[in-house]
Write a protein that binds this ligand. Structure first.
Ligand SMILES: Cc1ncc(COP(=O)(O)O)c(C=O)c1O
Length: 396
């Protein structure tokens, strides 16, 4: 078919995470960064839905405000934002269809053709997909065990005037599981103000801490309004509601709301009513605490399996929360090329690390997610993956 698509349509990217290969039930997959479905609070959601339909049912099925329902925005400000050290009000919150939409809107608002985005190297491949239509140039900033290296970021900001936003995932980063130190969070907020470049702080995993103390958000150090924080109910409540939020100062938030209005008017009113009622009737903190226990146990087992089943030279991160372990194999191995073999011969799958590097990057990494795999399956899957990697190491 000779369809004349826009040039922008040629920039769309397929997600490396949503690979059909991972749907085969014979394959144990550590690819999906999904929350554990058995802990979705079905009873609480059912009750909240019944109350919504029995009460404000008609208005729940009507259009609503583009920035989202006031009651839900208030609960987000007083509960979720307070939990990460940010003192704010409903006026600084707008609802989005997951944080994925907020990333896309950030591109709409801040990125022109030829603009650059500074981000951790590696970073969330889904953000590259969301931002692809804006054709940004990426300025990847190295990380160590304390997150993005601020000296390198400052050097980039000093020398590259086209950097229009800094995208960061400071808590249990996707894909590495690494968290930014408190000192660097403070410094990042300072640099944003000094160079007048907005920080997009993407924080879908911050609540899911299971080791050590929760660190205050970069937003909590923001004195002048240069930090835009993105939150989400996807990992703490359920992703099917498609509800996330933006916390930003008035001027920037208005731009986001206008951009969202043009795109899809608003989030689903029923979804927002449901979330609001659920949060009013239940303690999300208690639910999060159960999630933390579950994910801690899975993380522990996965790391233990690395010691037991993998060659000694294999290194991986030790996340204190979130969903991901980032594993580094021998530089001679190309994990992208090996995936098909792992899946077809060893019946185990992972995400090759290459797609998480915005520019050129190493092919010897893999991202493993323990979030939606039960303990027995983690044991078996890691045994298979370890056997596969051991076999490949023998050939080196
Ligand atoms: C870092 C990061 N940002 C954003 C998202 C999108 O999440 P949501 O379901 O809130 O759109 C994800 C999902 O995996 C993620 O890992």
């Amino acid at each position: 078919m000779e369809v004349r698509y826009s040039e922008r349509a040629g920039l769309f990217q397929a997600s490396a995470i949503r690979n059909k290969l991972f749907d085969n039930p014979e394959i144990i997959t550590f690819a999906a960064g999904k929350p554990e479905a058995s802990l979705f609070p079905l009873g609480g959601i059912d009750k909240a839905l019944a109350e919504v339909m029995g009460g404000e049912g008609k208005s729940a099925l009507q259009y609503g405000p583009s920035e989202g329902l006031a009651g839900l925005r208030e609960l987000i400000a007083s509960q979720r934002m307070a939990a990460c050290g940010v003192t704010t009000t409903a006026d600084d919150i707008a609802l989005t269809s997951g944080s994925q939409e907020a990333i896309e809107l950030s591109g709409r608002i801040f990125v022109d053709e030829g603009s650059a985005i500074a981000c951790e190297n590696p970073s969330y491949t889904g953000a590259f997909g969301a931002l692809a239509p804006y054709a940004p140039r990426y300025v990847p900033i190295s990380m160590d065990e304390d997150g993005m290296i601020m000296e390198e970021l400052e050097q980039a900001l000093r020398t590259d005037p086209d950097i229009r936003m800094i995208y960061t995932i400071p808590d249990f980063q996707n894909p590495t599981g690494v968290s930014m130190s408190v000192e660097r969070r403070r410094r990042l907020a300072e640099l944003a103000a000094e160079y007048r470049v907005p920080v997009i702080e993407d924080c879908p995993y911050g609540d899911l801490i299971f080791e050590g103390e929760r660190r205050p958000a970069v937003k909590s150090f923001d004195k002048e309004g240069w930090v835009v924080m993105l939150g989400s109910f996807s990992k703490t409540l359920c992703p099917g509601l498609r509800l996330g939020w933006i916390c930003a100062g008035k001027e920037i938030l208005e731009k986001y709301v206008l951009a969202k209005q043009g795109m899809n008017l608003q989030c689903g009113t029923l979804d927002m009513c449901l979330a609001e009622r659920y949060l009013s009737l239940n303690s999300l903190e208690e639910h999060i605490s159960a999630l933390q226990d579950l994910y801690r146990e899975r993380r522990d087992l996965m790391l233990d399996c690395v010691k037991r089943y993998f060659p000694a030279g294999v290194r991986c991160t030790h996340p204190h929360g979130g969903f991901f372990v980032w594993m580094e194999l021998d530089p001679a191995l190309d994990t992208g090329a090996l995936l098909l073999k792992a899946a077809s011969e060893y019946k185990v799958a992972y995400i090759p690390g290459r797609s998480f590097f915005p520019n050129e990057g190493s092919s010897s990494f893999i991202r493993l997610s323990y979030s939606c795999v039960d303990l027995a399956t983690i044991e078996e899957g890691m045994k298979r993956l370890g056997a596969f990697v051991t076999e490949e190491y023998k050939k080196l």
